[in-house]
Ligand binder design. Sequence first.
Ligand code: PLP
Length: 485
Amino acid sequence: MAFDLADLLATRHGEGYALAEQYLNPQLSRTLHAIGFDRAYERAEGAYLYDADGHRYADFLAGFGVFGVGRNHPVVIRALHQMLDAGLADLVQFDCALLPGLLAERLLAKAPGLDRVYFGNSGTEAVEAALKFARYATGRRRIIYCDHAFHGLTTGSLSVNGAAEFRSGFAPLLPDTMIPFGDLDALAAELRKGDVAALLIEPIQGKGVHVVPPGFLAAAATLLHEHGALLICDEVQTGLGRTGRFFGYQHEDVQPDIVTVAKALSGGFVPVGATLAKDWIFQKVYSSMDRVLVHDSTFGSNAAAMAAGLAALSVIDDEDLVGNAERTGAALRVALQLLVDKYELLTEVRGRGLMIGLEGAPGRPGGAVRADGGRRAVRPAPDPDPGPWRPHRGDQAPPAADHRRGRGGAVPRQFPGCDGGRRPGQRADLGLRPDADQAGGQRPSAVMVTSPLVISTSATFRSCGYVILMLRSLPGTTATGTSGR
Ligand code: PLP
């Protein structure tokens, strides 16, 4: 019988976790069992996931930022169907296809001052291209990056990752240099050494939602250019309207030399990355015909990614998602500030547009780590359940227990401080539950503004202490999001 995907999905239904345990990253299913996120989703729409029983879940993770236009947007689906039906001559490699040019034209219209685009397949590839372009164009080797930065996990991007837990064990990496986020003096000191190619920076750091200090990007650009170095803005998280501007750097009067985007440009379907840069940089890197492929990737510019990207950009414009992110984000921050004022569990709300971080107190002496790295004194909240966390009998719900048996040992508590106020006897379910609105009521399921417990617990996948609320920026819709340290 000919291959039939629908048949495969039906006959192997429910085997996802077992297959992952056997054939994929073994820690993924283990982690999801441990934190009670071991659901099987059947379908998705907009900001919601649905399980086989029809329960609806507000998706606070948003594929780590992929679903800027929401899941399964009909305009993107239609574009992809049209692309497939067109029987295009895709990936010829030695041709100049129409779609990459059109997508570049449309992206660059949003980025005055930038002239050309390189298309790859992911955020980290966009960053790798930026690093190579900056080094080649300046003839220098050192990249300055920021404490806490995240730019992807391939080796070049890992060299500019500001978190030890990602780097550890992968040395030697590139000899790049970390400075404190937003520290102009530190940048100046590095630039004086004369070997810096570029500063790579997120206008708002995805991990922790730390916003660059006002004026920093413009001042840094001036300083960098005085020293013959470049400003690279990584907009993989912040780009395409999430912060209330099309690019996060556009909150300031600054002109970066290179900009990276990915994630939401996929329309939620086709992996893509794009590196936008000034003409002179492209002219240097691709300086002659024998250098035509000096930086390239086989699947970059593929028709599916280009079609999805064009559709996503259309949706962003047609539905005014950038303006909506600004308006909705402002209202949400006000609402969240009320929660911060009310609950001692929460200490700060920060961000721009719909890229919002809500900082939670770890609930232990010493308090939460602030954006500046200092320690904020947090009033101790009354603790109904003092004492160290330990596994409870209630944790031994069938999937987790089976899993643990298979691995021969208890699952360690991986996310200290994120127990969501659990009491003895409660299952280690840190808060994933069907949307309260699923019974059909009209009330929006804005769990993030009604339950601080859910806010704190939805941060558990990657760490604790913060949750980024990344709402699909459509009027009247609610939650998608992601978490970070
Ligand atoms: N840059 C930033 C700012 C990111 O947040 C990420 C991913 O989260 C990346 C780059 C890497 O993107 P990808 O996971 O598509 O490689």
